[in-house]
Design a protein around this ligand. Structure first.
Ligand SMILES: C[S@@+](CC[C@H](N)C(=O)[O-])C[C@H]1O[C@@H](n2cnc3c(N)ncnc32)[C@H](O)[C@@H]1O
Length: 191
């Protein structure tokens, strides 16, 4: 997919479903369950148009901070416009594989519906790059669709995390009408 020019259908779906509905009605529940204290340094990987970032920015207190990493200039600009009222967001546009990121820095990394869209062969390097930025004992929260034709199985998520030095805290899958299954997990970086 061309990151500069997303397809029109995806733009419409993102505005109507992700931004107007999910961002208001289902993302707040997801973020609440993460149990953030509010003072964390959070990296949201593949933040897109900022639908989840909006909820994360609201949850963080003034001593917390959100860094949004997004490869697409289009979606990064969209997020910047939508979230301009928030002063605790840093926008980092680029590919996580080639960006220079601080090591052992973030308390929390969130991967929400991103990894399944990345070429399978590149996923291990992406998770490795993310793991590098996470502080020891920092937490990764991941949530991905598990539809066989568009998604990734929980077994792959577990293997990728393990190979990147992240230990499993919990995982689970819930039924979904659109995605059949959505799998999520919590992992920690060992010392
Ligand atoms: C399906 S969207 C999900 C957006 C957001 N996380 C959400 O749930 O609303 C996946 C996003 O990840 C971004 N992305 C994919 N590969 C990336 C990479 N290597 N570095 C940074 N962002 C990436 C895409 O451009 C896209 O905006």
């Amino acid at each position: 997919m061309d990151p500069e020019h997303p397809p029109l259908l995806r733009i419409i779906e993102e505005e109507l479903v992700d931004y107007r509905i999910r961002s208001r009605f289902s993302h707040p529940d997801f973020v609440k369950k993460l149990g953030l204290s509010g003072s964390e340094r959070v990296l949201e990987f593949g933040s897109g148009g900022g639908c989840l970032s909006r909820v994360l920015a609201r949850t963080l207190s003034p001593d917390g901070a959100l860094s949004c990493v997004e490869i697409s200039p289009y979606w990064m600009e969209k997020a910047r416009q939508r979230l301009k009222v928030f002063t605790n967001i840093e926008y980092l546009q680029g590919d996580i594989l080639t960006m220079s990121m601080p090591e052992n820095h973030f308390d929390v990394i969130i991967i929400h519906f991103v990894l399944h869209d990345i070429e399978p062969a590149a996923r291990i390097d992406v998770v490795g790059a993310l793991s590098k930025c996470l502080r020891p004992e920092g937490t990764v929260f991941i949530r991905e669709p598990a539809k066989p034709e568009h998604g990734m199985p929980l077994s792959e998520i577990r293997a990728l995390m393990r190979d990147a030095g992240l230990r499993e805290i919990r995982t689970g899958c819930t039924k979904s009408r659109q995605w059949r299954w959505i799998c999520d997990g919590t992992f920690k970086k060992s010392w």
